[in-house]
Each structure stands twice: as C-alpha cells, then as structure tokens.
Ligand binder design. Structure first.
Ligand code: NCD
Length: 308
C-alpha cells in the first residue's frame, strides 16, 4: 500500500490484518517496557502533517502515534495561511518538495481533489486526513475497529447512520468500509441532507441492503450501532439547512435503545448528543477517539513497512 486515499481501497483481509496489528501495538504499549520498545520501530523516519482545515483528534493522534513509533514530526496547522499555498503554490509543488523531508505526509484539505493531486508528485506516502466533503478514510478505520471491539462481530449488525449525511466525509468513508460486511444500513437524515446517490449506488452495486428514512424514532429500538454526526455547518451555503441538529440523543432516548447498543460520533460533538448521555456505558464515542491512536499507529506501521 503506497497512499491511503479512500476507504474503498481496503479489502476485508487488509482490515483484519490491520486490526490484529492494532491489538498487538495496544498490548505492547501497555506492557512493561513496551513504550521504549515501540520507539525503536521507525526511529529516523519522519511524518509531515499538513492541515488546511481545523482538527483536534486527527492531527494530534497521528502525531502522537508517530512519536510512539519513534518518528519525528513536521507539522503545520492552518496551512492555508502558513504554507506557501497562501502565495499561490500548488499542492503538487508543496508535496514534491516536502516528500524530500518526510516519509509519510498526512493532508487535510477543504478541496475534494487536492489530496489525490499530491500523490502525482510525492515520493512519500500520502494519507488523506479528510478531503472536503469527500472522505476521511482513517476515521472509518477507527470507527470499524471500535464497532468490532465493542460488539465482538460486524456481520449481522443493524447500523444506524444518522444526521447530516450529505457533507459528512466521515460517514461517506464509513459507508464504504462497512460495505465489506453483511450489515443492514439504516440511513437516517432529513431529505435535504441525505446521503449522495454515488454512495447508495455503491451499496447497490455491492448487493447491500439499506433503508432510508427521516424518522429516527421509528427505527431507534432496532439499532445495534447508533452513529450520529453533527451538522457540517461550515460546508453549507444555505443557513436554513445549517441549523441545529434535527436529531438529538438525550436521556429519554436511552430508554428506547437496545441495552447492548453503542452510540458513536466522530467528534466534535456539538448539539446532537446531550452531554448527560456521556456516563451511560453505551456511549462509545470517547472510547472511539482513544482507539484512534492505536489504529493510526498500526496504519503508520503498515504504510512505512510497505514503503521501505
Ligand atoms: C470529523 C471531520 O473532520 O470530518 N472530525 C474528525 O476527524 N473526528 C468529523 C466532523 O468534523 O464532523
């Protein structure tokens, strides 16, 4: 594997191997002397993180994962302002030059083609950390890992994907990655921000069953996974559609969901999950974010080993 651009590129076998690696790294990390051992894994190699959009978890967990594996990091937030993009430099030139300084380059960008364009000139592996409203494949990896860890299995689950499905790159990648398994999709959103047809076409082409509905109330009792995302306000031109979340998980909802269901969210959580829900054992979103460190460690280990 050279670059990581889309959740579609992962086969079931690659996912199984990646998650076995994640479990192993977690075990080593938490064993006596394990952290010292991990530091030797990729000492002398470098990760560059170019973030042209805000990020809390993705950038920090990638950098933390890199440090745990002994890599050095070069990092810029607010790259539209701080890199020469500000002066009109193309991503192809930026990637060409920076790939002399780093073995792997993580990029988050508001454009939907920009991360792909970086691969045209980069000698280093490129990892898509979110390209506009398109995809966020590494989030899907940690989401799938979390589902597997929390539920024990993936096949047979009824998965509710709820809220803003139109601009949610995390959910686009999640749909792609879950299409490797036999799950039943419940796509729950207002009609004006429903999942774009290229994703439902993809599910059809893979023979996957899905239901589309506007009513969370009608299906919430059936769901094994309740995956809700915030309204992607920054991507809406029309302020009417950018209003508050039309679905909210609150204390009352907890009475109706399955006792062994899990509630997920890529974070940041804004108004779609009441903070009072956080102490319920079914609230998995902070465990999900914690898993990000180990899944990204495993991914970096794989990409660096594949590109030695
Ligand atoms: C997501 C993103 O940036 O797309 N955040 C993340 O990486 N966990 C989700 C979001 O912002 O809604």
């Amino acid at each position: 594997m050279k670059h990581v651009l889309s959740a579609r590129q992962f086969s079931k076998k690659e996912l199984t191997d990646l998650f076995a690696k994640t479990d192993l790294l977690y075990k080593i990390f938490n064993s006596p002397g394990g952290r010292q051992k991990l530091l030797k894994k990729h000492r002398g190699r470098t990760l560059a993180a170019l973030f042209y959009e805000p990020s809390t978890r993705t950038r920090m967990s990638f950098e933390a994962a890199a440090h745990c594996l002994g890599l050095s990091t070069l990092s810029t937030e607010n790259a539209l302002e701080f890199l020469s993009a500000k002066k009109g430099e193309s991503i192809q030139d930026t990637a060409r030059v920076l790939s002399n300084y780093a073995d792997v380059i993580i990029i988050r960008h508001p454009g939907t083609d920009t991360v792909d364009e970086a691969t045209l000139t980069s000698k280093a592996a490129i990892i898509n950390a979110g390209d506009g409203k398109n995809e966020h494949p590494t989030q899907a990896l940690l989401d799938l890992y979390t589902i597997k860890k929390e539920k024990g299995v993936i096949n047979g689950l009824k998965i509710g994907i709820i809220g803003e499905l139109f601009h949610s790159r995390t959910l686009h990648s999640l749909v792609y990655i879950l299409a490797n398994y036999d799950v039943e999709f419940f796509l729950i959103s207002p009609k004006d921000i429903k999942l774009p047809s290229n994703y439902t076409e993809y599910l059809r082409s893979k023979g996957k069953g899905f239901h589309e509905t506007e009513s969370l109330d009608k299906v919430i009792t059936k769901l094994d996974v309740i995956y809700i995302n915030r309204v992607q306000r920054e991507r809406h031109e029309n302020q009417k559609t950018a209003g508050p979340s039309r679905y909210v998980i609150k204390l009352d909802s907890l009475k109706r969901i399955k006792p062994d269901a899990i509630i997920m969210n890529p974070l940041p959580r804004v108004d779609e999950i009441d903070p009072q829900v956080d102490t319920d054992p079914r609230a998995a979103y902070f465990r999900q974010a914690e898993n990000g460190l180990f899944v990204r460690m495993a991914l970096l280990d794989k990409v660096l080993s594949d590109n030695t």
